[in-house]
Design a protein around this ligand. Structure first.
Ligand code: NAP
Length: 317
């Protein structure tokens, strides 16, 4: 499988397993099966509420001799209520305990949003802290210290716009080595792709299949389903692949990593096999025409009435 190169020689397998919404009681079996069939990259986050079960599955995979720790690439993410510099390392240590690991391969700042400690999501404006009061640059110092302490090999960000990424790179001692954002043919983000390439920051594509299982509150009536897009289906049929495989191959051929979520053994195998698929230039060009700047994860849950965050200042659009 193709890998994404990192500073210092680390290499992340370009196709990984997403775990958001992978339910307790299901996620452990999914991770165990994924590792058994060859996944080596697992994307986690403390807010997903399932790191303990993932940790048990990883420990079993290692104990059974399916994989060694060194062969795995484990990513996790700092939640928004731990953005104060002093809270970063303790949050990372909790994740390590839950995942039964000594170190992470990659730790990301999950969102450019600060919440009061103990808040999982904002219910009212006072649950949020403006970035002017708790800047990303301060959170980043905590991330750099955690890396220095050996708690994680690489550090990065998630959901950062071109503007925020450039600003962070200007103040950072250690540049973020990854930005994980929503990317698929309806949201190709060409400016972010070229900026990351210029800055030497990797990109990971989240919700690459259109996140059809996301919570009802995040769904929009009549939204377009990527997996049911006529062009995606036509291309899939033309090359004897599935629509999901076309979407994953599209992401990989753009040089990004991609982290489809599944808890279904058949779909886990189907998605992994996409790493071996090649799309022709015509098919890639036709998929490029689907770009509609359409987000599935809009971030509107941060835009609490009277609060410091709006969709405009979140995405800088
Ligand atoms: P996704 O991977 O685009 O879609 C997941 C949905 O697709 C599930 O309903 C899954 O069902 C289904 N699916 C999986 N493989 C399929 C296939 N081959 N054919 C048809 N359906 C298939 O959505 P996502 O979970 O939003 O994104 C992926 C990962 O990105 C997350 O799990 C998380 O790790 C990460 N993420 C990060 C952020 C962030 O803020 N950094 C935000 C969103 C997501 P089954 O499970 O039943 O197969």
């Amino acid at each position: 499988m193709r890998t994404i190169p990192f500073p210092g020689g680390d290499a992340m397998p370009a196709l990984g397993l997403g775990t958001w919404k992978s339910a307790p009681g299901e996620v452990g079996a999914a991770v165990r099966e994924a590792v058994r069939i060859g996944y080596r990259h697992i994307d986690c986050a403390s807010i997903y509420g399932n790191e303990r079960e993932i940790g048990t599955a990883l420990a079993a995979a290692i104990a059974d001799g399916d994989v060694t720790r060194a062969e795995l690439w484990i990513t996790s993410k700092l939640w928004c209520d731990r953005h104060a510099k002093k809270h970063v390392a303790p949050a990372l240590k909790q994740t390590l305990e839950d995942l039964q690991l000594d170190y992470l391969d990659l730790y990301l700042v999950h969102w450019p949003i600060a919440l009061k400690k103990g808040k999982l999501m904002p219910e009212r404006a006072k649950d949020l802290i403006p970035l002017e009061k708790l800047p990303l640059a301060e959170t980043w110092q905590g991330m750099e210290a955690a890396q220095q302490a050996g708690l994680t090999r690489q550090i990065g960000v998630s959901n950062l716009s071109v503007k925020k990424l450039r600003a962070l790179c200007e103040t950072a001692t250690v540049r973020p080595s990854m930005n994980q954002v929503e990317l698929h043919p309806y949201l190709a983000q060409l400016e972010l792709l070229s900026t990351c390439s210029e800055l030497g920051v990797g990109l990971t594509a989240y919700s690459p299949l259109g996140s059809q299982d996301r919570p009802e509150a995040l769904r929009v009536e009549g939204e377009r389903n990527l997996l049911a897009d006529p062009l995606v289906i036509e291309i899939a049929e033309g090359i004897g692949a599935t629509p999901a495989q076309v979407l994953l191959a599209w992401a990989l051929q753009r040089g990004t990593a991609v982290i489809p979520k599944s808890v279904n053994p058949g779909r886990l195998a189907e998605n992994l096999a996409a790493a071996e698929l090649t799309l022709g230039p015509m098919d890639r060009q036709r998929l490029g025409a689907l770009d509609a700047h359409r987000r599935y994860v809009t971030g509107d849950f941060w835009a609490v009435s009277g609060g410091p965050y709006t969709l405009a200042n979140l995405w800088d659009e």
